[in-house]
Design a protein around this ligand. Structure first.
Ligand code: NAD
Length: 444
């Protein structure tokens, strides 16, 4: 099929590349000319495992092209995906200006039947609005709108595992207003669901809502286990034991129930806010969602409170090491990352930071400039530091050389925001070890 994907960010780039990989001819369009130039030269603007190789192959084999203009892409495309950003506006509602601008432009360039597919995460009712915009702009351009339809096809990929998620989805959700649109999307996704995973066809509003509910549920699980961890700390119980105690219950399970320092990234915070906002616009106060966000905001500060307590607020001039800057492993994305909160708060109290992250250092430099010392490896970050803080659960931090950590730190103190180590093991090494929701173990 001839496809056009508009918006070449995390979602658009992965979707365009994977759809090309499954045999389609794809033109990926973005208004950022610099980004398109770099992509045309085979340079990948984001860190996503496996993506560079896949983009290179599909570019070489001519199934994938990058462009700044819809003019060349729309006429030949049978399906046009809209995958532009929908960042939070000032009141928490999703800012749809990019989606609407693209819809307007598509309308002006329609020729023959097109299926326009909303892949961006958008509020319930957006497909209808996009349809109205295209109809109006096509009407202005042609006198009468050529045939087209708008479908919703929310994306559930995870940054860091995006290719696998797109190529082998748990399910594909498709919101349509006609059998014709459903048939096109079934055909397009058929190569990706050969392991009997379902293509769930529903109405467009339910598809739009499914994406928000999915992210809200995952965010709620994280805030729930974090709240339980906070209670465990105060009640002298151990969240690790409790987690096992509940996780083997098949109604509960283990997934997404890892205590830590909260969720970040470009999706959960903004999508939960957008759903709360949709509720208020329809006279409903989403109290659970508000609590999910409030617990998360506090949780991002959990390590800060422990650091302040340990050093009795005397942080002026103190050097600290921080491992992990990205909001989660396998990505360089620092949007809403707990590390940002930790750095801002402790820098404001006079602390100095030596930081390391396997891939997010360039992002950190954009945000923090010269106010941090950037270290090429984790051990270099420890030199002259009074404690180690851990904000991201990168695999390379899971089995470090504890002897080396002890030798390099001025004081043997670790604040672990991701519960990477066993308190008993840390006690044996002689560390003062703070983690989330677990009992500290004294040195033997
Ligand atoms: P992003 O910010 O990484 O990329 C958006 C891209 O759209 C940018 O390259 C930008 O230049 C381009 N753009 C903006 N306006 C444009 C216009 N008028 N014409 C052409 N291009 C334009 O965003 P993202 O993370 O890829 O997210 C895109 C959408 O997908 C959002 O709605 C997001 O909520 C949703 N989503 C994201 C993820 C994720 O993991 N990042 C997962 C699922 C869904």
């Amino acid at each position: 099929m001839n496809l056009c994907v508009v918006g070449v960010g995390y979602v658009g780039l992965v979707a365009a590349t994977c759809l090309a990989e499954s045999g389609n001819d794809v033109v990926a369009v973005d208004s950022d000319a610099g980004k398109i130039e770099r992509l045309q030269a085979g340079e990948i603007p984001i860190y996503e495992p496996g993506l560079e190789e896949l983009v290179g192959r599909n570019l070489r084999e001519g199934r994938l092209r990058f462009s700044t203009g819809l003019a060349e892409a729309v006429p030949s495309a049978e399906v046009i995906f809209i995958a532009v950003g929908t960042p939070p506006g000032p009141n928490g509602a999703a800012d749809l200006s990019a989606v609407f601008a693209v819809a307007d432009e598509i309308g002006r360039r329609l020729s023959g039947y097109k299926l326009v597919v909303l892949k961006s995460t958008v509020p319930v009712g957006t497909a209808e609005k996009v349809e109205a915009i295209i109809r109006e702009s096509a009407g202005e351009a042609f006198g009468r709108a050529p045939e087209f339809e708008v479908a919703s096809n929310p994306e559930f990929m995870k940054e860091g595992a995006a290719i696998d998620d797109f190529m082998r989805p748990d399910r594909v959700v498709v919101g349509v207003a006609s059998d014709r649109a459903a048939a096109i999307l079934r055909e397009l996704y058929a190569p990706l669901v050969r392991t009997e995973k379902p293509i769930l066809v529903m109405d467009r509003r339910s598809a739009e809502m499914t994406k928000y509910v999915s992210n809200a549920m995952l965010a709620a699980k994280i805030s729930f286990i974090n709240e339980m961890a906070n209670l465990c700390e105060r009640l002298d119980a151990d969240i690790a034991a409790v987690r096992r105690g509940i996780g083997f219950d098949s109604r509960i399970g283990f997934q997404f129930l890892f205590p830590g320092i909260g969720y970040g990234g470009s999706c959960f915070p903004k999508d939960v806010d957008a759903l709360i906002r949709l509720g208020t616009e329809h006279n409903y106060q989403a109290r659970i969602l508000a609590a999910v966000q409030a617990v998360n905001a506090d949780q991002k500060r959990a390590l800060v409170d422990k650091v302040r307590g340990h050093f009795q607020n005397r942080l002026q001039g103190k050097t600290l090491a921080l491992w992990g800057l990205a909001f989660k492993p396998q990505t360089d994305d620092m949007r809403e990352a707990p590390a940002q909160e930790i750095l801002r708060e402790l820098l404001a109290l006079g602390a100095r930071f030596r930081v390391h992250d396997p891939v997010a250092m360039a992002e950190a430099k954009k945000l923090f400039g010269e106010s941090l010392t950037y270290c090429d490896n984790p051990y270099q970050a420890l030199e002259g530091a009074s404690a180690l803080l851990i904000a991201t659960e990168w695999n390379e931090f899971r089995r470090p050389n504890f002897r080396r950590i002890q030798e390099l730190l001025l004081e043997p103190v670790i604040f672990d925001g991701r519960n990477l180590y066993e308190p008993e093991v840390m006690a044996r090494w002689g560390f003062t070890y703070y983690s989330i929701g677990r009992r500290p173990v004294n040195e033997p």
